[in-house]
Write a new protein. Structure first.
Length: 281
């Protein structure tokens, strides 16, 4: 644990209680990061809004405050769940700059934001979308399919608890360790984390496809008294190949940036047509 004295020198002599209050403020305001999302600078307005009360307090004169506003209105885009470390580190740097630390320049603050937003977005995408959500989806969908009302409740509350935990922990870690947090995000360790999360997420997604996606064919080849079920043959050679093929087809279309509504309509049409002619069931 970092000593309070070390922390306070970075925060212009804020008390421990005031630091905790500021961490809470940064975290809760971070929930609205995408509230003013735009396609020119993405999350810049949301990030500026998160820091605004702190910037107003640190820079009482209009000139310095305007400069602080401008450097946080530049392009910004990262994963909302892994925003915390960036917010915490930038807050620490703003405190140091406001206290007269010449080593913390506008360029340094901007460089830290730009340098962290892409790696943390990668962690968020692989860890949240590729691992956590598929696992919760698989467990909760299985409960819901069996008629257990805890399925959707667990899904919503579980993901909410994990999200808030990640947000608070990340903001606190970045705020209290400041620039030293960058050393903990070494390139090799970051890549290992992203790779491991991706592998786990793919494994869970594969299991989810095989168990919950029901795509079969009723086609049976008959020759006299003998009959051969195509589905039985497929299950012998490669179980769940039809659900896998359907999933890969949808994934390919999404990667090609086909509109999601077209993908959904196409899936419904194909399902109705192939079901009517007895090709798929």
């Amino acid at each position: 644990m970092i000593e309070n004295e070390t922390v306070r020198t970075d925060k212009t002599d804020l008390s421990e209680k005031e630091q905790r209050r500021e961490i809470r403020s940064l975290t809760f305001r971070g929930l609205l990061l995408q509230g003013a999302f735009n396609y020119e600078r993405f999350q810049n307005l949301g990030f500026w809004w998160i820091l605004r009360p702190m910037l107003d307090r640190l820079y009482p004169d209009e000139k310095s405050r305007s400069a602080a506003y401008r450097r946080h209105l530049a392009y910004f885009n990262t994963h909302p769940w892994t925003l915390g470390p960036i917010t915490g580190i930038v807050a620490t740097m703003e405190h140091r700059r406001a206290s007269g630390d010449e080593a913390v320049s506008d360029e340094a603050i901007t460089s830290v934001k730009v340098g962290l937003m892409a790696p943390l977005a990668g962690i968020g995408d692989s860890l949240v979308f590729g691992t956590i959500r598929p696992i919760f989806s698989a467990v909760c969908a299985a409960l819901a399919v069996n008629g257990n009302p805890l399925g959707p409740i667990l899904f919503v509350l579980g993901l909410l608890a994990i999200q808030m935990g990640m947000r608070f922990w990340g903001t606190s870690l970045g705020y209290r360790t400041g620039m030293r947090f960058l050393d903990r995000l070494g390139g090799s360790e970051l890549e290992k984390l992203k790779e491991g999360a991706t592998v786990v997420g793919l494994a869970v997604t594969g299991a989810l496809v095989a168990t919950l996606l029901n795509v079969t064919t009723p086609f049976v080849y008959e020759n006299g008294d003998a009959s051969i079920s195509l589905q039985d043959q497929l299950d012998t050679v490669l179980p769940a190949v039809l659900p896998l093929a359907a999933t890969l087809a949808v994934f390919w279309l999404v990667r090609k940036r086909v509109a999601l509504w077209l993908v959904l309509v196409g899936a419904v049409v194909i399902g109705v047509v192939t079901g009517y002619f007895g090709i798929l069931a």
